[in-house]
Ligand binder design. Sequence first.
Ligand code: UDX
Length: 424
Amino acid sequence: MIGAGYVGAVTAACLADQGHHVSLVELPGPRLDAFQAGRIPFFEPGLDDLFRSSIAARRVHVTSDLEAAVARSSAVLVCVGTPLSSDGEADLAQIESACRALSVADPSTVLVATWLARPSLKDVVSNPEFLAQGTAIRDFRRPSRIVIGTEDGQASPASALVDDLYAGVDAPRIITDFATAEMIKNVSNGFLATKLSFINEVADLCEAYDADIEAVVQGIGLDPRIGASYLRPGIGFGGSCLPKELANLVRLGRTRGLAMPATANDERGTVAADRIEQILGPVEGLRIAFLGLSFKPNTDDTRYSPALSLATELVGRGATLLAHDPAVSFGATESIPGLGRAASVAEAVVDADLVVLATEWDHYRALDWSAIGSSVRSRVLFDGRNVLDARALRRAGWLVLRIGASQATVGREAVDSVLETELV
Ligand code: UDX
């Protein structure tokens, strides 16, 4: 396994757990040091234990010696990052350097041909992963499908070998050509992104027409042709995959002259901040306790996090933010000017004029909101993920703003009284 990033490390630990022997190869640096010291340098539920037991069973070996690792392996998985470059293209530099290193390690490999002469790629397969952060181990063990792309779209000894790697995993197999395998991966994420942008726009409609988004989601989700998943409205989608793959689909289309507008998600931070101001008035000068910074719960990843977009938007409008997150390190947000950090929710909410829930960690659902109510200056809450029990909160004296909820459910009188007595 070349690359001990998030996907490489999870896949290595899961393959080892299935009985394979895995060399996990990483360049010298802090990440390699962490793994070699038995520490996982990022947050993924269950990975620590799985990794430790695989190391103890001597089925995973972490190394920077690519040559030795390749020499003792029957399959090499290149699992390195493909971040978006500034011009919106996937930056393939890490794949290229991994392939170059491979060709040095084993001159017979044809992988490097992808980058050089492109003769036959018969020993190469493309095996897109569909792991979601926070549930990656379960997603590996119970995937909805395993996709294997080959040069001519037919099964080959190489595809059979990859199939064997997943012998213990019960899932339909799709064997197809490279372009289609890649398209399946891109379109899966593009479709999830489309569902989310669609439901977030429906939430705007519900706000405008006093309809109930939760009931709308329930009502459409019961239609099996639509399905209920990926329809939770919120402050936008983020992470390292959905935004990137949507951008990639747009780029692929434009390269061939197809107009593919897909910018709805970029606006969600602005829409959410507008919504808050529409109800509460300008946020300038307000003290905001901001709960959640990761792009979703159960990860410390903040790449393309909608929470950070909203936080940046609110800071830009002159609010003072004190943010808490159970897993995101203070260092990860130090480059965002004006975003203060608190070590606990209790610290974040002291004297707050507004509490914003931006990422739906279980930790926040379990909070004692009555106790928090006595610590804030105003009991005003924007639930950017619609996960808290708004009725119970209202009973506890909170003014609750939700995604897709009409102003009527907030209660105009409640808003007026908060504005008059507390914010003004
Ligand atoms: C995604 C795909 O799910 C996975 O199959 C692929 O391999 C990688 O990309 P991930 O990036 O970990 O996984 O995140 P995901 O759980 O899909 O969530 C993406 C974003 O959408 C998050 O910001 C999340 O909060 C948001 N989301 C998700 C919603 O706002 N509402 C939903 O109903 C679901």
